[in-house]
Ligand binder design. Sequence first.
Ligand code: SAM
Length: 291
Amino acid sequence: MSDKRWISETLFDELGFRMSFEAERVLYEMRTEHQHLVLFENKHFGKMLMLDGATQVTTRDEFIYHEMMTHVPIFAHGKAREVLIIGGGDCGIAEEVLKHTSIKRLTQVEIDASVIEFSKEHFPEFTAPVFGDRRFESVIADGMKYVAETERRFDVIIVDSTDPQGPGAVLFTYDFYAACKRCVAPGGVMVTQNGVPFFQADELVSSIGHFNRLFADAACYVAAIPTYVGGHMAIGWAADDTTLRPQSVEAITERYRAAGAFPTKYWTPDVHKAAFALPRFIADRVERAKR
Ligand code: SAM
């Protein structure tokens, strides 16, 4: 066993297991105003950011989550111009959103300025194109306060939050989703980071229950992200326009072509469509949450 430090996720301590990563180098570690932050290098996953003992992003598998949180709602919508990201401090999602030249304005509301500052230093592949784009607006604020007060309306809202702990807890509440509903423009859609149902089913059931009271179409889609341990990750879906979700592969392909068919590493029109076909244990939970 090398004398290098092993850094463990503590997110699932209650369930009696931990995912641990060998740190080649610890690049940064501090308690910010809002949470404990550690950034380190792992020989397989590259740079890894953990907040309060939960893996947020790694250089090696970031593309899966970032592409699926971004391209699914934007291509399903088809005419999005105004996008809001809640959280997202590493700017991985913002970088994907700005690949859509049809987007006129992107606003990101992140509570912790430290996450952005250190991402500028350690994740330039995300932050450089984003902060160099005049369509991008960075707001340092609590996402709950922002959606409760803003007069703006958004075609797509992407909630790229931490887990429902610490500053992220409020982003899974009925009041937060109700305030987001107020900010969704007609025909708009909201998607949410909603955990891994195999270990965090209650979180998904709670969110779907809230969506179901607020929107005509409450659902989720899935993607498999190696460092979000637990198999499928659920991405919550909430919209009033019930035609957005069942788009055909042909329609999505046409929109992707019209957007210049920029390169992707995970998302494709077929993967987009298939992501809404849920394994039964997840589909049952979603249906039960809507009763
Ligand atoms: N993809 C990651 C995941 O699934 O766990 C999330 C990545 S992103 C780094 C999460 C961001 O949400 C963090 O930078 C955190 O500071 C931010 N955040 C947490 N609570 C927030 C709040 N109430 N308002 C705005 N941002 C918040």
